[in-house]
Design a protein around this ligand. Structure first.
Ligand code: PLP
Length: 400
């Protein structure tokens, strides 16, 4: 049977049309864009087109607001470190407890090695940011506030446009890790106060190893990687030409499929989610039910280990995740679900199902056929389940 891929928040399949757009830029148009001969010229033109394609997806006012990077992680590091250098006299960072490790590991390091004060703003049990605490943490000492556009584990969307306005009001820069949002929700940067935004190719059916940092025109910037004059001196090193071309093609396709993502993919996700919640008792939906990415479902099965569910799903030909790919493999519950204060009975039992435009109704059917039986079988072997409250006779309370 064809395997079902429901781990699109970890990475997406590079769209074959993207690969096709990239291929000529390996052995045919291999020139260096900086060269003044014909080989380089053709590449330079193609890069300009790709930049325009990404600009369109972001709704950026100018194409030179885009700086290509090696991915989302480099874009995040570049943004934070640049802000600390350019915002003189300001040495505090405001961010959230549910950011990706690309932000959290960096700010922890800065706190430890440079004495930067980091305000980690918490979330409620639906994963929504404590906006009052965010406002209180902002001050004349804030260099940068960085809050993700969409959470990779629960899909919860954050009100980044408002958060950016608040940061601006105290003279701080605002950065958003929009790696999970770009390509899935409409973005129009020219109409927001967002100063910097990170994105990554492989999360939107583009290639791995390419990403970008958007830096609004007029925002002071210091490069992370110095070298040649590439990217207007803001990121040294010969351009990843096939990657940039691929990201442009992926951006173009994402724009074309945006309505499909909002309607068909969302309908598939909703049917999958409702089917699981209805067929399996003692399940919790994690994240903001309303303000959420259209493709992500995060469901916790009480008294179970998500890794065991994942393993059995994998045997049934379904690929999913328990949360962030960077933390799976360890038995620690995810920092996101911990921050949301999930009941201890559910903390270890989370399953993330993340769809894409490539999924079909048949994929949803396959999961709905396999999953209830897996949960029943595993629970029958779980001492915690058998000893739970209400086990003798009365049906256990549903938390849904
Ligand atoms: C995947 C991801 C990243 C890292 O992007 P890479 O291109 O893999 O470095 C950063 N932030 C979020 C929210 C992500 O989902």
């Amino acid at each position: 049977m064809r395997p079902v891929y429901l781990d699109n928040n970890a990475t997406t399949r590079t769209d074959p049309a993207v690969v096709e757009a990239m291929l000529p830029f390996f052995s045919e148009h291999f020139g260096n864009a900086s060269s003044t001969h014909a080989f380089g010229e053709h590449v330079g033109e193609a890069l300009k087109t790709a930049r325009k394609q990404l600009q369109a997806l972001l709704g950026a006012a100018f194409d030179h607001e885009i700086i290509y990077t090696s991915g989302g992680t480099e874009a995040d590091s570049t943004a934070i470190l640049s802000a600390l250098e350019t915002q003189e006299g300001r040495d505090e960072i405001v961010t959230s407890t549910v950011e990706h490790p690309a932000i959290l590991t960096l700010v922890a390091h800065l706190e430890k090695t440079r004495g930067i004060k980091v305000h980690l703003i918490g979330v409620d049990n639906h994963g929504r940011l404590d906006v009052d605490a965010y406002a209180r943490a902002l001050s004349a000492k804030t260099a940068v506030a960085s809050v993700m556009w969409a959470n990779n584990e629960t899909g919860t969307l954050f009100p980044v446009a408002e958060l950016a306005e608040q940061a601006k009001a105290v003279g701080a820069l605002f950065h958003t890790d929009a790696v999970q949002a770009v390509g899935k929700v409409a973005i129009d940067l020219k109409s927001t106060a967002i100063d910097m935004l990170s994105l990554s190719g492989h999360k939107l059916h583009g290639p791995k190893g390419i990403g970008a940092l958007y830096v609004k025109k007029g925002v002071k910037f210091r490069p992370l990687i110095r070298g040649g004059h590439q990217e207007r001196g803001r990121r040294g090193g010969t351009e990843n030409v096939p990657g940039i071309i691929g990201l442009g093609a992926a951006a173009d396709l994402a724009l074309q499929h945006m309505d499909d993502e909002r309607t068909r993919v969302k309908a598939l996700r909703d049917r999958l989610e409702q089917g699981i919640l209805q067929q399996v008792s003692n399940t919790l939906l994690n994240g903001d039910g309303e303000n959420r990415l259209p493709n992500t479902a995060n469901i916790a099965f009480e008294y179970l280990d998500g890794e065991a569910v994942l393993h059995n799903l994998n045997k049934a030909g379904v690929a999913a995740s328990t949360g962030s790919a960077c933390t799976s493999g360890s038995t620690e519950p995810s920092h996101v679900l911990r921050a949301m204060n999930l009941p201890s009975t559910a903390l270890h039992g989370a399953l993330r199902l993340s769809l894409s435009r490539e999924n079909t109704g048949e994929d949803v059917d396959r999961v709905l056929e396999a999953l209830p039986e897996i949960v029943t079988r595993l629970r029958a072997m779980s001492p915690a389940w058998l000893a739970r409250e209400g086990a003798d006779g009365a049906p256990a309370a549903s938390h849904v």
